[in-house]
Design a protein around this ligand. Sequence first.
Ligand code: FES
Length: 141
Amino acid sequence: MGMYKPKIVAFLCNWCAYDGADAAGRARLEIPSAVVEVRVMCSGQVDSGMVLNAFEAGAQGVMVLGCQPGDCHYKKGNLNAMKRMALLRAVLKPTRIDPRRLRLDWVSAGDGKRYARVAREMVDTIEQLGPATQTPGNEHQ
Ligand code: FES
């Protein structure tokens, strides 16, 4: 879409999604350069502050990628992440950040294909939405 280059922060859990991203790299699958990977220990560790900080720092989209339900290394981290998602959407609402800019998904260890697909889909979504004009600090505009 023209010169518009979105930046998307991807929080990847160490035990599954990060390995999935690594597998994508090993398989030389194309990962959009817009995606900035941030390794965390567990998707359940990503709190609303981390997500809002990413948006404030200029991210056009944020992905939280963890292990498949049932596979979380810390047992319930990803289930907590699911619950937190609802809270995060409520937090985003007054900032007028479109909730589609935040995506929670699961990528198993070794599943480079899925990682590549999720990353591509997210870039497509963000390109369709266009640049985010609202940031958490200027909700009155
Ligand atoms: S360790 Fe992967 S989601 Fe918890």
